[in-house]
Design a protein around this ligand. Structure first.
Ligand SMILES: C[S@@+](CC[C@H](N)C(=O)[O-])C[C@H]1O[C@@H](n2cnc3c(N)ncnc32)[C@H](O)[C@@H]1O
Length: 260
């Protein structure tokens, strides 16, 4: 068994495993930015393969994509040109001035500790022009209160890519002390390579905790809801307005930096 992160080390495989051919995540983000009148300059923190950053660029935004993974950044520069791509850490960054910071598909939950969350929000506050927006989309920690459906048994998944079959077995556990959702994923392929084990974790962030943190960092919450969004079932469709509950497994937030 080897360790590593098969998907973030192989961005092309990541895109094959999680396709978004209609760029729904970027269209949902653009809709949030437009509805709240955001200016052009957007920072996509935890931009991954760069596909959302590039779609926002195509929509007319001036985009910077930032990620910690060099493999992701190399892929983004080659395959999703347009934005500027830079290496930066969510936990603390200084990348210039923006009208919006976006943070999609649970990237924000790589802030595991309170200090890291404070570091992220303090950096957003410094990065944003007065009245700037934070738009984020992630797992909802509250979903796990009283529900065990995602924890009861490993999830097994199989998909084919470039002539190989990849099989993953994913186990999720709740670490109540650290308030993290821990994930162990074992990958096997049919080409004889040894299995790869990948361990990662997301902060279990609760809606009212997020509301409180945002207020403490000078943000006014404009929207906080469980859908519709780009990764809800059914997914968001153009023109649909945000809901008002925070019960289901995805959490969406739009917050504005208050002007003094
Ligand atoms: C689940 S992916 C989401 C990527 C992209 N936002 C999307 O929606 O496809 C999470 C991304 O966060 C990045 N990441 C994890 N920890 C980070 C950190 N501390 N600072 C910056 N990026 C980080 C990973 O490299 C990965 O690209």
């Amino acid at each position: 068994m080897t360790s590593g992160n098969l998907l973030t080390d192989n961005p092309a495989l990541y895109e094959a495993r999680f396709p978004d051919p209609g760029r729904l995540a970027a269209r949902w983000t653009e809709d949030c930015l437009r509805r709240h009148g955001a200016g052009r300059r957007v920072l996509d923190m935890g931009c991954g393969t760069g596909r959302d950053a590039a779609a926002l660029h195509t929509a007319g935004r001036t985009v910077t994509g930032a990620d910690l993974s060099e493999a992701m950044l190399t892929h983004a520069r080659a395959r999703h040109p347009g934005p500027q791509y830079v290496r930066a850490d969510l936990h603390g960054f200084d990348l210039g001035s923006f009208d919006a910071v976006v943070c999609l598909d649970s990237s924000l939950l790589y802030c595991h500790t309170n200090d890291q969350l404070d570091g992220f929000l303090a950096s957003c506050r410094k990065a944003l022009a007065p009245g700037g927006l934070l738009v984020a989309e992630m797992r909802n920690g509250a979903y796990f209160l009283g529900r065990t459906d995602l924890l009861d048994r490993p999830a097994v998944d199989e998909f084919a890519w470039q002539g190989r079959t990849y099989r993953s077995t994913t186990t999720l556990t709740v670490d109540r002390t650290a308030q993290l959702l821990r994930r162990t994923r074992v990958w096997t392929t049919d080409d004889g390579s040894p299995p790869t084990e990948q361990c990662s974790a997301w902060r279990l962030l609760f809606p009212q905790e997020l509301r409180h943190l945002l207020a403490a960092h000078g943000f006014e919450v404009l929207e906080l809801h469980d859908g519709p969004g780009p990764r809800t079932e059914p997914p968001w469709r153009q023109g649909e307005l945000p809901g008002t509950t925070t019960d289901a497994d995805r959490l969406h937030v739009v917050a504005r930096l208050c002007t003094l």
